[in-house]
Design a protein. Structure first.
Length: 113
């Protein structure tokens, strides 16, 4: 079973979902822009990914600069920003058990099958 934090407007996210579905793996889709993760969920995602918060963020988004964020901000600040502005969360993120991958490129999700 894979859970996918998905944005249907994103081509990479759609491609990752298609790969998961084509594999026959059961998938639960979470439209994270509508059903935003809280700080605990983001922290758990970071632990599963094994990366710092800045690497899970879309730094090119307008919301990043509008929020006054920088790549040197501490983890708590960046996690709080992703809670407040889920558009900042890189997409897609696929989870299977205690493992996770960012689907960029979309083929990365195949590591979880």
């Amino acid at each position: 079973m894979i859970t996918l934090w998905h944005n249907p407007r994103c081509s990479k996210s759609r491609q990752a979902l298609a790969l998961i579905e084509a594999s026959g793996t059961l998938v639960t889709v979470r439209r994270y822009l509508e059903d935003s993760p809280d700080a605990a969920e983001i922290t758990a995602a970071l632990a599963a990914l094994g990366i710092p918060a800045i690497e899970m963020m879309r730094r090119g988004e307008k919301a990043f600069t509008q929020a006054g964020l920088s790549t040197s901000d501490d983890e708590a600040t960046l996690v709080a920003a992703m809670v407040a502005h889920p558009i900042l969360i890189e997409r897609p993120i696929a989870f299977a058990g205690d493992r996770a991958v960012i689907g960029r490129p979309p083929e990365e999700v195949q590591e979880l099958f």
